[in-house]
Each structure stands twice: as structure tokens, then as C-alpha cells.
Ligand binder design. Structure first.
Ligand code: ADP
Ligand code: MG
Length: 363
């Protein structure tokens, strides 16, 4: 990755009829970067990609490619490839012809075309299907053809719209690794759209979390997971979902239902808190649960449910006030359902959000 910005969205909005779909999107993508856009269905991911590809025009704002207004660049000059969510294959062309088509349009020489196509057919395991029509392929095979059609172009910017969503779970991990290997080899700039958080975390140099047509946070997977800007981001990433508790801040201490959750904390002191009511976020793997009470483990709970995943156990703990939290333990503690236990939170992992705005108080 170099620091050169190859793509920039400046205050981009998009309305369909009177509905505002994209609300002011600002984004800079560097040369060779792998950027993942992650968000729930309907949040505007495909719309954003289509605007970058030049298939839709922003209602307001600008898209710059290599510093040039994208609306002033012809589609031939654009040097962007896109893999569509719905494949968009030509139904009357064979797999080979589908893959070859854009190379012909771009007047790539026959020898070079053949070389690239053989490579792609091999990589995507499509050699045996080269003469088939799209109608004679499974969903996963069609998706691989769509992927290959984007890959053969060797374009500078490669846009992928949920390229793996219809591929079997077993094949998906392999395909994901191939996309990553491809990126390492070719250093293309990639914008990859998905609603799958695991895929996003695995692939992205940076992840842009989108909700309601707005980028909520754009950062490395590590920062997104450990330092989310707001509660939406915190809850969107991580399974099981981050636990939240209503807590009260008072004179240097945090209370949950009259019991101290956190005191003598340097972090709390540095936050200059004034508001009293806060929302505490703690991920299940950062909850410590034991059978015995200690100086550090003194909050009490009852085990409501245990799910054993083999590699780890997921506990649902019921607390006072009818609240419940989930905890993940990797060691076998011989817990049983209904048992009374003690718990605490790893102090450095506690997140605190403003009760009203749900913004992370440390960002
Ligand atoms: P995503 O890809 O994140 O699931 P989309 O970008 O496809 O979301 O769609 C965002 C919103 O815009 C949705 O509510 C969708 O119904 C709407 N939308 C998308 N394309 C059109 C269109 N051509 N006309 C009207 N509404 C559209
Ligand atoms: Mg979409």
C-alpha cells in the first residue's frame, strides 16, 4: 500500500425519488488498499459501489479517481472492474466468452487474452465448465465466473459486491483465501462489500462500517473491534454480541445496581466523567466467571444456560434487575445450569458509552 489516494468520495449523497439513501459519504482509498464495506442489508453498500463504478450518478457531491472527477472519465478509461451481487452474466455466452468479453472490448491482444483466461479458469476451478452457458451452472459456479470476469481485467480498482454470499460455506473460506492471495500478488485497490463480519475482519486492511447511508467508523479490524466509535459499531461486530449494562458513575466509581463494577481506575479518572448514567459494554470473552468469590470476583449471578461448542462454553448469566449477560470460557469449569457464580470484567476491556448519544466516551 502506498499513500497515494486513488479514490475519493466527497460529500456524496444519493436519493431515489425523494428517499435519501446515501447521506453524505466521505471516503479516501489508498493505492493497493483492501477496503471492506460492512453493513446490514439495505444500508446502501451496493448503491455506493455502483456510483464508484460509474453506473449511478451521485445526487450531490463528487467522486474522484486519481484526483479526476469520475463523471468526466469515459468508461473505457475508467480502469475499474466490478463483480455484481447478482452476477450479471451474459446468458447466451459460454463461461469462456463471458470471461473474454471485456478483454475484447478493451482490445487486449489474442495471445494475452488466452494466457489470462487459462490462468483464471485454473485459479477458479472452472476449466471443466468453459463451454457451458450460465444457465447450466450452479449458483456457486456462476459466482466464480462473475469473480473471474472482474479478475481478468487486471484493473486498477476492483469492486466486489458480496462475491461469496452464494458459495457453500466449505468453499467460501477457500475462495476468501484466494481473493486475499490475489490481492497480495497483484496489489490491486479493492473495495469489497459484505454483510458478513467474519469475512470483513479476515480480509480488510480497513473496514468501513455503514448504517443508514452513513459511515459509522472506518478503521483497522483491531480498532473496530477494540475501540468502536459507538454502540452500533460495537454491537455489529462480534459474536455473541457485546453485553451492555446500564451503570451509574459516581465519584470515581462505576456501579451496577448498588454494587461497584469498577473503582480506582486510571482510565475512569482520565475520562473526566460528569454524566451519571452510562452504558457499559463488555464482550463475552472479557467476562471472568468463577465458582468462588474473591477480592476481584464479587459480583454474583446465576447460570441460566450453558451452550457447549467444544472449543469453548458460552454461559448466559442472569443478574439482578432481570438483566443478563453472556460469557465465554475456554477452560472447562464444570459449571452447571442454575448454579450461583461470581464474575467480573477485564478492566482494560470495558467500554463506556454515553447513555443518550451512544458514542464511545473515550474516542
Ligand atoms: P445494500 O447493498 O447495502 O443492501 P442497496 O444499496 O442495494 O443496499 O440499497 C439501499 C437502499 O436503496 C434500499 O432501501 C433499496 O431499496 C434502495 N434502492 C436501491 N436501488 C434503488 C433504485 N434503483 N430505486 C429505488 N430505490 C433503490
Ligand atoms: Mg447490496
Amino acid at each position: 500500500m502506498s499513500n497515494k489516494v486513488v479514490l475519493e468520495l466527497k460529500d456524496v449523497t444519493k436519493d431515489y425519488k425523494k428517499t435519501n439513501i446515501i447521506r453524505k459519504m466521505n471516503l479516501q482509498v489508498e493505492d493497493g488498499e483492501f477496503l471492506v464495506m460492512l453493513g446490514p442489508s439495505g444500508c446502501g453498500k451496493s448503491t455506493t459501489l455502483r456510483m464508484i463504478a460509474g453506473l449511478e450518478v451521485p445526487s450531490t457531491g463528487k467522486i474522484l479517481i486519481d484526483g479526476k472527477d469520475s463523471q468526466k472519465i469515459s468508461s473505457l478509461e475508467r480502469n475499474i472492474a466490478m463483480v455484481f451481487q447478482d452476477y450479471a452474466l451474459y446468458p447466451n455466452m459460454t463461461v469462456y466468452q463471458n470471461l473474454e468479453y471485456s478483454l475484447k472490448v478493451h482490445k487486449v491482444k489474442k495471445e494475452e487474452r488466452q494466457k489470462r483466461l487459462e490462468e483464471i479458469l485454473e485459479t477458479l476451478n472452472l476449466s471443466d465448465y468453459r463451454d457451458r452457458l450460465p444457465g447450466q451452472l450452479s449458483g456457486g459456479q456462476k459466482q466464480r465466473v462473475a469473480l473471474g470476469r472482474g479478475m481478468v481485467k487486471h484493473s486498477k480498482i476492483f469492486l466486489l459486491d458480496e462475491p461469496l454470499s452464494n458459495i457453500d460455506v466449505q468453499l467460501r473460506e477457500k475462495a476468501r483465501d484466494e481473493i486475499q492471495a490475489l490481492h497480495e500478488k497483484n496489489q490491486q485497490t479493492i473495495i469489497y462489500v459484505t454483510h458478513d463480519q467474519l469475512e470483513a475482519m479476515a480480509l480488510g486492511d480497513r473496514i468501513a462500517i455503514i448504517n443508514d447511508g452513513i459511515i459509522q467508523m472506518i478503521d483497522t479490524p483491531d480498532n473496530i473491534y477494540n475501540h468502536p466509535t459507538n454502540l452500533f459499531v460495537a454491537q455489529f461486530i462480534g459474536t455473541p454480541r457485546i453485553n451492555t449494562l446500564d451503570v451509574i458513575y459516581d465519584q470515581g466509581e462505576l456501579f451496577f445496581d448498588d454494587e461497584v463494577v469498577l473503582s480506582n481506575s486510571k482510565r475512569l479518572a482520565e475520562m473526566n466523567l460528569t454524566s451519571k448514567r452510562l452504558c457499559l459494554g463488555i464482550r463475552p470473552e472479557h467476562v471472568i466467571v468463577k465458582k468462588e468469590k474473591t477480592n476481584l470476583l464479587y459480583l454474583s449471578a446465576q447460570i441460566e444456560m450453558i451452550v457447549d461448542y467444544g472449543r469453548y462454553q458460552q454461559l448466559t448469566l442472569s443478574l439482578k434487575n432481570n438483566q443478563a449477560i453472556k460469557a465465554i470460557t475456554t477452560t472447562n469449569n464444570n459449571f452447571s445450569s442454575g448454579e450461583s457464580v461470581y464474575f467480573s470484567f477485564m478492566e482494560e476491556k470495558i467500554l463506556l458509552f454515553d447513555y443518550e448519544t451512544k458514542d464511545n466516551l473515550e474516542n
